[in-house]
Design a protein around this ligand. Structure first.
Ligand code: ADP
Ligand code: ZN
Length: 745
């Protein structure tokens, strides 16, 4: 038997090996194996069964080890990896490494025993020489040479009191041999989260939920690939719909992947989900998957799924690669979240990969959000996805009332720059008296280099690209980083002539100080990346907030996701503008999403909620439509704009970044490359740039970029990748392709 193996770690090629007789059982496509490559040993994945066409068979080497008696990469994942390699123009080995957790690959978390055995007997002279030169090595050699069987390495080392380096030296010289022996262990990750579990009785579905569940159940029964977009306002009970779909799938013997944004994986959510899942499907364990797992925990979860012991995984982005068997359903909650996009190679989008994986399996992909991405929404409009809607909050609770405060007027009234409007201060004080709680949000997607007039709310936009111009201090210009247009930075507002044109937004600390001044008696906590460096601090604060030990919680939108605190009746958004002025065509969409999600945190109990939004541009569409949570209205307006400017979902974008120490050289090569692209692709690719990135320099490296606007990624990406591989890039220039980027700044 001969197999083709994709070696991991820096090889993007298929190499062939013989499979020794003893290893044949259980070895097949997707098996994780150890193979000799040159003088080293590498891990690899079997990609095909069969002999090579252009390599002499008598020179083939053999597999050294098969790590698991089942495929580490089931066929659907191997297919997915190949699709990703093509679509994202990323090396296959890196993708496979992303798919298989490090603990599984490097064996660190595997309960493995290392054994030492004799490989070659030394002659008397050799042994004498060794005694002289390295007495420790001789001691170890003599001990092992006397044994009949391989010995447990750790035991031998401690008994003889020699270091691991001594053993390594002998192994290197081919005298001893190291073997690994695997100890099976299957358990379930994150069992400690169970303490907080409230055995929730499933509520009776309302009619909208029931309609959605019925529809998904029908799709599941059809056993054909389909995508459904569940668009439900905040608090409409989307989770119940997911749970019913999962229940149906498990009862039919299928497997489930349930994706949530990393930040939403709080212990409460996880505990609630697990208790429900384990209640609806007794005997089904639910594996949890996120970035804070230890290697051992991750390995346990992975093994449970790969062996079919567990059939449900709940996790963040990378859980889309969990080795779930007989996958029938993938749920992507908060599908609009930019966090689903990975910002290092391979730069995949968890939601898009989920849709593809469902397709490869003939499974159902259920996307859910209160504010769907315009990509998904337009797919629903065109009929490619099925649209399911929940328009009411459960029990017909009201969506909160949204007050928009015009900060321009507030500044005039309070005679100067101010952090908190009168309205917000009054509302906070009222909450304190009624012993209700407040959350204040600060817009984290702050972009300090935009320009905004605090007198009239004007900001400078590019006429061609409809995105905010970026301020470059180095040469006092403002530039469009899409098309490269530039002009001198204004010292006065071009619209009203006022000099107050450089506004930077506020840090969480400034806001905290301001709050302390106006409600000195309140118990206040701040949650941002500074205060969150301590592990578990996040959980602690949320716990304290839940039991009412905190009156006012201040934080970035990281606390905005999926939190459900019934006693929160006031939510304030300090600076709605900032996300509107990031130099990104999705700025409006992000702002609308932020406002709706933030407002959704208020009034989840029996009392109605109130939301105060502070902004310099109250007339902006993102703000006006969010006042009534009018998603359809917003989407219609925004889609028109996207169409006019040729942005997604009408076109796909590919971003090409060039970085290096020499800005002139970057510019030169970026321009040469752009010419080549123009010549090769003609009208198939619309180019914008090359131009300097909005952040021109990071860690002594300059950055330039080029944008490709294309009709379909698959139509051009192969040619583009090939052209790129053949181009003579200088050694000190690094370039990165990002397909369907989500953050343009
Ligand atoms: P969403 O994700 O749509 O914002 P959730 O799924 O978090 O909403 O549901 C909000 C709250 O409503 C939860 O506490 C949930 O238990 C509850 N809930 C969901 N469906 C029902 C229902 N049919 N009847 C009563 N309560 C419900
Ligand atoms: Zn432009």
């Amino acid at each position: 038997m001969i197999v083709g193996v994709h070696p991991l770690a820096g090889f993007d090629k298929l190499l062939h090996y013989r499979v020794p007789e003893t290893m044949r059982a259980g070895t097949g496509v997707g098996s994780l194996v150890r193979v000799p490559v040159g003088r080293t040993m590498r891990l690899g994945i079997i990609g095909e069964i069969g002999a090579p066409k252009d390599f002499p068979l008598d020179r083939l080497k053999s597999l050294v080890q098969v790590l698991h008696p089942f495929p580490a990469l089931p066929p659907d994942l191997l297919g997915l990896a190949r699709w990703m390699a093509g679509y994202y123009a990323a090396p296959l080995d890196g993708i496979i490494e992303t798919m298989i957790p490090a603990a599984v690959r490097n064996g660190a978390g595997l309960k493995q025993e290392k054994l030492l055995a004799l490989e070659r007997k030394l002659s008397a002279e050799e042994l004498a020489a060794l005694e002289k030169r390295a007495p420790q090595q001789a001691k170890l050699y003599r001990f092992i040479a006397q044994q009949f069987r391989a010995q447990k390495k750790s035991l031998v080392l401690s008994r003889l009191d020699v270091t691991a380096a001594v053993a390594t030296a002998l192994v290197k010289r081919g005298v001893l041999r190291e073997e690994t022996h695997r100890v099976e262990r299957v358990a379930y990750a994150d069992d400690h989260a169970r303490g907080e579990l409230v055995a929730a009785q499933p509520p009776k579905l309302n009619s909208e939920q029931l309609a959605s569940v019925t529809s998904v159940t029908a799709s599941l029964a059809a056993e054909k690939f389909a995508v459904a977009l569940l668009h439900g306002v905040t608090g409409s009970g989307k989770t119940e719909v997911y749970l019913h779909a999962i229940d149906t799938t498990l009862k039919a013997g299928g497997g489930v992947v349930f994706l949530v944004p990393e930040v939403a994986l709080t212990p409460q959510t996880v505990a609630r989900l697990r208790s429900r899942l384990e209640a609806i499907a007794p005997g089904h364990k639910c594996v949890v998957w996120h970035s804070h797992l230890s290697e051992g925990e991750r390995l346990d979860g992975w093994l449970a799924l790969a062996t079919g012991e567990a059939r449900v995984v709940v996790g963040a982005r990378s859980a889309v690669f969990a080795p779930v068997q007989n996958l029938r359903l993938i749920v992507v909650d908060e599908e609009h979240e930019p966090a689903y996009k990975q910002d290092e190679t391979p730069r995949y989008h968890g939601r898009d990969v989920a849709v593809m994986r469902a397709k490869l399996n003939g499974a159902i992909c259920l996307l859910g959000s209160a504010t769907p991405s315009l990509e998904s929404f337009s797919n629903a409009q065109s009929g490619r996805y099925q649209l399911l809607e929940l328009k009411q909050r459960v029990d017909n609770r009201k969506l909160p009332h949204i007050d928009v405060v015009d900060m321009k007027i507030e500044i005039m009234r309070q005679r100067g720059m101010t952090t908190l409007s009168r309205k917000l201060v009054d509302a906070m004080q009222a909450r304190l008296e009624r012993r209700e709680q407040t959350i204040l949000f600060i817009n984290r997607r702050g972009y300090s280099s935009s320009i905004l007039c605090t007198k009239c709310g004007h900001s400078e936009e590019c006429a061609h690209c409809s995105i905010t111009m970026t301020y470059h201090r180095s040469d006092e210009t403002i530039r469009c980083h899409l098309c490269g247009e530039q002009r001198p930075a204004p010292v006065r507002c071009p619209a009203c002539g006022a000099p107050e044109i450089r506004w930077r937004g506020l840090g969480t600390q400034r806001v905290e100080e301001a709050v302390r001044r106006v409600v000195p008696r309140a118990r206040i906590e701040r949650m941002d990346t500074d205060t969150m460096v301590k592990k578990n601090r996040f959980r602690e604060i949320l716990g304290d907030f839940r039991v009412g030990k905190i009156d006012v919680l201040i934080g970035t939108q990281m606390i905005g996701k999926g939190l459900d605190f019934p006693n929160v009746t006031l939510v304030g958004l300090i600076d709605a503008d900032i996300s509107m002025h990031i130099p990104d065509f999705r700025a409006n969409e992000r702002t609308f999403q932020l406002l709706v999600q933030v407002a959704g945190r208020a009034g989840r109990g029996d009392r109605a909620g109130e939301v105060v939004v502070q902004t310099f541009t109250p007339q902006a569409e993102a703000i006006q439509f969010s006042r009534h949570a009018d998603y359809a209205g917003f989407a219609a307006a925004e889609l028109k704009l996207r169409k006019d400017f040729n942005y997604p979902p009408y076109r796909h974008l590919i971003h090409h970044l060039f970085r290096g120490p020499n800005p002139e050289k970057l510019k030169f090569f970026a321009e040469q490359w752009a010419k080549l692209i123009e010549k090769t692709f003609g009208a198939r690719v619309e180019l914008r740039g090359p131009s300097p990135c909005p952040i021109e320099k990071i860690k002594d490296e300059y950055r330039w970029q080029l944008w490709y606007f294309v009709d379909g990624v698959t139509k051009v990406i192969g040619d583009l990748a090939k052209l790129r591989a053949d181009f003579a890039w200088p050694d000190d220039l690094t370039q990165v392709l990002d397909v369907d980027p989500v953050n343009l700044s």
